[in-house]
Design a protein around this ligand. Structure first.
Ligand SMILES: [Zn+2]
Length: 394
């Protein structure tokens, strides 16, 4: 072999080595350029336990501002149904960049207590009360009925409250109350001369909020009040007939006029409610009124008999709020009612929901509270209610 060819071979080898070195350097520099520009980040999060599949934000990665999140490899899972602290690890493929994200799963949802049986219980004697039962469920812990604590406390002579209490493993608390009344008697709240657009809806709101049923002895009403009558009916109150007209000089002309006055209204109510036929009546001024003497002597004595022939049951009252008389303020009305209510009997309370009776509406909530706290059951009048009646005075 010549010297020349030996030299040229060495030079070629040197060129190859040099080229490889350059390439390796380029690759290293290139990788370094790639790796230093990879940005990966994930933010710690706190997530509430839910019953639906929740999601948290996954880590994101960019390279020179270009999204390369698809190169992320993830390690770790989060159980959204189970409170705790979870760490999820992320790594960007082909790079040295990785990060961690902490997801704290918290249970903020309180358990739910459901009472078995009524939430308002009436007993004759408090020693008769036997626990009706309850259930407690939690979104995380499941059935936790065994953890419920029940505690009965006496509020007044005839009114007790049982407080049910439960706490889930994350410290979320729930309570629930059962009212136990020692039966003192029954109160029937009755409203005459309505409906009125001004007072009746507000009275219905209060009754609804207090979960109490009452009785409305209606007078004739226009189209504008049909919705109110429907509401009275739909919300489970009793509708009674006070009569289409309240004009004594018209209705007390004769027994027939009086009966027709009830029938006209009965038809009207039937149309409005889609078929409800009320047979509960209250004579304007009450059975004991003397005003009818001016128009027809003996009419009330006849009417009490005639009502039965027509299938009507008539009701008067034994507690007068006097809201159509001297009682002008809510406090006077309240005092009249609570001093009139007596234990051991059916108490029928006379009130009015016609226009202007703002004080009656204002007294109502306190009256209801008084009844509950003193062991009275509040009911609406039905055809099965033993009537409270006055003797005719004419
Ligand atoms: Zn009246």
């Amino acid at each position: 072999m010549s010297m020349k060819s030996k030299r040229s071979r060495r030079r070629r080898r040197e060129t190859i080595i040099f080229t490889i070195l350059i390439l390796v350097t380029l690759v290293i520099l290139g990788y370094f350029f790639f790796d230093t520009n990879v940005v990966i980040h994930a933010q710690d999060e706190e997530i509430q336990v839910t019953n639906i599949d929740d999601e948290y934000e996954e880590a994101k990665a960019t390279w020179l501002g270009i999204d390369i999140s698809n190169l992320i490899e993830k390690d770790g899972e989060v159980d959204f149904q189970k409170p705790g602290k979870y760490v999820v690890k992320y790594h960007v493929k082909f790079s040295t960049k990785s990060c961690e994200k902490t997801v704290v799963v918290k249970d903020a949802m309180p358990p739910e207590i459901t009472l078995v049986g009524k939430s308002d219980v009436v007993v004759q004697n408090i020693s008769e009360y036997e626990e009706l039962g309850y259930e407690a469920k939690d979104n995380v812990d499941g059935d936790i009925t065994g953890r419920v604590k029940a505690n009965m406390k006496q509020v007044t002579d005839n009114y007790y409250e049982i407080e049910y209490y439960v706490e889930d493993s994350s410290g979320n608390k729930s309570t629930c109350i059962r009212k136990v009344m020692v039966n003192a008697g029954t109160v029937f709240l009755t409203f005459d001369d309505g409906p009125s657009e001004e007072i009746t809806p507000e009275i219905l709101d209060i009754l609804k909020e207090k979960n109490v049923k009452a009785t409305f002895f209606l007078v004739g009403y226009g189209e504008n009040k049909e919705e109110i009558v429907k509401r009275i009916y739909d919300e489970g109150h009793s509708i009674g007939l006070h009569g289409f007209s309240h004009d004594y000089s018209v209705i007390y002309q004769s027994v027939d006029a009086l009966m027709n006055n009830f029938m006209t209204l009965q038809e009207m109510v039937k149309t409005t409610t889609g078929g409800y036929e009320s047979n509960l009546i209250r004579f304007p001024g009450g059975t004991s009124n003397t005003v009818s003497r001016n128009y027809c002597v003996g009419i009330m004595s006849q009417a009490t008999v005639k009502a039965g022939e027509y299938g009507y049951v008539y009701f008067d009252w034994n507690v007068d709020s006097n809201d159509a008389g001297g009682a002008k303020t809510a406090d006077e009305i309240y005092q009249n009612v609570i001093s009139g209510i007596q234990p051991g009997r059916n108490n029928v309370v006379l009130m009015h929901d016609s226009s202007g009776h703002t004080a009656t509406k204002d007294a109502l909530e306190k009256i209801i509270d008084y009844c509950i706290l003193n062991g009275y059951q509040i009911k609406s009048i039905t055809e099965d209610t033993v009537p409270v009646t006055h003797n005719p005075n004419n």
